[in-house]
Design a protein around this ligand. Sequence first.
Ligand SMILES: CC(C)(COP(=O)(O)OP(=O)(O)OC[C@H]1O[C@@H](n2cnc3c(N)ncnc32)[C@H](O)[C@@H]1OP(=O)(O)O)[C@@H](O)C(=O)NCCC(=O)NCCS
Length: 126
Amino acid sequence: MICGIGIDLVENGRLEKIIEKWGVKFLKRVFSAGEILYCGKHVQSSIHYGARFAAKESFLKALGIGLGGGVKLSDIEVVNDKSGKPALQLYRTAKTQIEKRKIKNIHLSLTHTKKYATAVVVLEKE
Ligand SMILES: CC(C)(COP(=O)(O)OP(=O)(O)OC[C@H]1O[C@@H](n2cnc3c(N)ncnc32)[C@H](O)[C@@H]1OP(=O)(O)O)[C@@H](O)C(=O)NCCC(=O)NCCS
């Protein structure tokens, strides 16, 4: 049974400016080491950071909570399998939320252009 859906759109240029201003301090507060490695490998890394930021916000929307709702963005990680397909890996504050709600499956899809990045998250319970 689907029990939550979330969508978000990020302007990559805005995120790029924040990264330029705050640097590693911002990146480490929001993204995992794996995400930083993945995004850093691409020529325009802000596109991929944008998609991951959108994924984190989409997850919060799917839960029905927003930023400041007790889940740390760094506890939500986007991982890609060998084919490139993305998935969410959850830790600590984020894991607690899905356990509490008995969520069994999380679906994630990402898309991006130079300017924008979008994510959709669907939550499923039995
Ligand atoms: C998936 C695919 C159609 C995306 O096409 P696109 O229009 O160029 O790119 P979009 O901007 O819409 O989407 C990019 C996102 O698609 C996602 N994606 C990549 N491969 C995917 C796959 N196999 N399944 C689902 N999503 C995928 C990623 O999240 C990627 O963003 P990220 O690199 O920041 O994580 C294209 O990358 C593709 O055909 N890949 C081949 C997948 C495959 O089967 N590879 C076999 C290798 S073993």
